[in-house]
Write a protein that binds this ligand. Structure first.
Ligand code: ZN
Length: 307
């Protein structure tokens, strides 16, 4: 195991864009070096930490970091959201469109592969930075949603949590005709709206107490609840290895678990397109497409034999 703690050079990308576009049958020629990673996973007890890169193959854009919704503009902060009616109106207007996109997304081969590894008893647990629910849709269980989930809404007054679908119905009812107009302006579905579009959007409050409704996700400027962080640290401490999937580890919220694992001498393996902040702490590092690579790993990791 000592060997695995020694950083190894990053495995370069495969053929590149042309090779990927041409791939009808899976080209696994670039995956030969996965044997060390497969051996690590076959040992079991692997904690998975996943990020936006795992969901890009499902059509969810990677905007990096804690998120409230798909956005190209600057991210909404907790302070802005709670401090201004106008900011909340703008948020919910964009999110009302963006939610369509997230709700329609389907799990991809990467999500299914993680669920398969869990089914085979090889995982200690799954921590995700994603708020899209696609791990669970792909069959995974007991997923720790570090940054919450877009499919729930929380009241900042009474802390009651309600389904996003319920809010979606209420927002539709409160804004007849708005959806069609806004979608016509943004045919690509990316919810970038003008101030004029958002100014006419009606937001709704908590049915129980009249409080402010917020998506049950962690905004910039907001801390992940302490008990949730503690649960993640415990999971990583007890794991035999930490496998990072599709995260550049830009935000400390996820990166701290990589540092924690490395500090405890727990091997860290990373599969991500492009460099990550944790590369210096990784024993194994792969710049490869997630879906195809994880599917190949599953094939190399049969379920352990019953004693
Ligand atoms: Zn309430």
């Amino acid at each position: 195991m000592t060997l695995l703690r020694t950083p190894v050079p990053c495995v370069p990308s495969e053929a590149g864009a042309a090779g990927e576009a041409a791939a009808v049958l899976p080209d696994l020629s670039g995956l030969a070096d996965l044997s060390a990673l497969a051996a690590l996973i076959r040992g079991g007890g692997v904690a998975v930490l996943s990020g936006a890169g795992l969901s890009t193959e499902s059509g969810i854009p990677d905007y990096r970091g804690p998120t409230g919704l798909a956005r190209r503009a600057e991210p909404m902060t907790y302070q802005a959201f709670t401090g201004s009616d106008q900011a909340r109106r703008r948020y919910w207007a964009r999110s009302h469109l963006g939610w369509r996109h997230v709700a329609r997304a389907q799990p991809n081969d990467g999500h299914r592969a993680v669920a398969a590894l869990q089914d085979r008893g090889l995982l200690a647990g799954i921590i995700t930075q994603n708020v899209d629910g696609l791990h669970q849709a792909g069959g995974a269980r007991q997923v720790i949603e570090l940054h919450g989930s877009l499919d729930r809404v929380v009241c900042l007054g009474c802390r009651r949590r309600t389904p996003r679908d319920e809010l979606d119905q209420r927002l539709r009812a409160a804004n007849p005709g708005w959806q069609a107009r806004a979608t016509a302006i943004n045919p690509d579905g990316d919810a970038v709206l003008t101030d004029a579009d958002t100014a006419g959007f009606a937001i709704v409050d908590c049915r129980a107490c009249g409080g402010v409704l917020k998506p049950d996700v962690i905004f910039f400027g907001e801390n992940v609840p302490r008990d949730r962080v503690g649960e993640c640290y415990q999971l990583v401490s007890q794991a035999r290895a930490l496998l990072v999937l599709g995260s550049s580890l830009t935000v400390m919220s996820g990166y701290r678990f990589v540092r924690h694992a490395a500090g405890e001498g727990i091997p860290v393996a990373i599969i991500n397109r492009g460099p990550t902040r944790g590369d210096g702490q990784a024993s194994l590092r792969f710049d490869l497409p997630l879906g195809r690579t994880l599917t190949s790993l599953v094939a190399r990791c049969p379920a352990p034999q019953e004693p």
